[in-house]
Design a protein around this ligand. Structure first.
Ligand SMILES: [Zn+2]
Length: 256
């Protein structure tokens, strides 16, 4: 098993409910040493040209059609670079925008590894908590993801809201609400607490499990566990996340 030398944690304007300090404390309980590097753009401190290039590449990986995989990052549209610059600086929201996760990871890897080549070797783990919703293409369409393990690992505070499915019943009720012209905000009240929300106070506890998945990926090559009571379980439903990941327990096999 490879040894972990250091875990670096960065943020890209994640949900305000996320406490990176608490994530670091949780990891410490597992005997893992993590350091908060703060906002990733500020930490990277790119030149003006590098920042523009980054904004342009991120804009060009926006998913406009979920049935069309992005093979190449396209040239940005007029005004797109400026919007992405604002998002990188936390001055504009990215809610409702989808990014190709694998491209995002590759582009971030390139700029980070160029700046800090000594930190991009085996044993170093880089985790970015972001509000960006990233998606990966599988089975003929893009799907939202909570975590993308690798270098760097990306964990999305929007993905935890959007990616795990709600129970089928919810979609039925929602369709009924829409058909009858009822206010769908009432639905949120009906289901309060059953699903994770954008500024959910449980987000830190839930996402620590995803940080562990990123770490296990580095350790063993496999971020997931088949045991549904282990927080490395690959949950597909909100209900599963609110049980398994929220609990945050590792099974015997994975106990550190
Ligand atoms: Zn396990």
């Amino acid at each position: 098993m490879p040894q972990i030398k250091e875990i670096f944690i960065y943020s890209d304007f994640p949900s305000r409910s996320l406490s990176i300090q608490k994530i670091i404390d949780y990891l410490k309980d597992y005997g893992l040493n993590a350091h908060d590097r703060g906002n990733f753009l500020e930490f990277l401190d790119p030149t003006k040209e590098e920042t523009l290039e980054l904004a342009s590449r991120i804009g060009g990986m926006r998913v406009l059609d979920i049935s069309e995989p992005i093979d190449e990052i396209r040239a940005p549209f007029f005004g797109e670079i400026n919007v992405e610059l604002e998002r990188l600086r936390g001055k504009a929201s990215s809610i409702g925008v989808l990014y190709d996760g694998l491209w995002l990871q590759r582009v971030l890897y390139k700029i980070m590894a160029e700046k800090f080549p000594n930190n991009f070797r085996s044993g170093f783990i880089h985790i970015i908590f972001t509000s960006r919703l990233f998606v990966t293409f599988e089975k003929r369409r893009y799907h939202a993801r909570v975590v993308l393990t690798g270098l760097p690992s990306l964990i999305s505070t929007s993905g935890i809201v959007e990616a795990p499915a709600k129970p089928k019943e919810y979609y039925w009720v929602k369709a009924g609400f829409i058909r009858s012209g009822k206010d769908i905000r009432e639905l949120d009240i009906m289901y309060k607490g059953k699903f994770i929300e954008y500024d959910d106070e449980r987000i830190t506890e839930i996402l620590r499990a995803y940080a562990l998945q990123a770490i296990f990926y580095e350790l063993t090559g496999d971020p997931f566990c088949v045991n549904p009571t282990c927080c490395l379980f690959n949950s597909h439903w909100q209900e599963e996340v609110l049980k398994t990941q929220l609990e945050g327990k590792l099974c015997e096999e994975h106990r550190l």
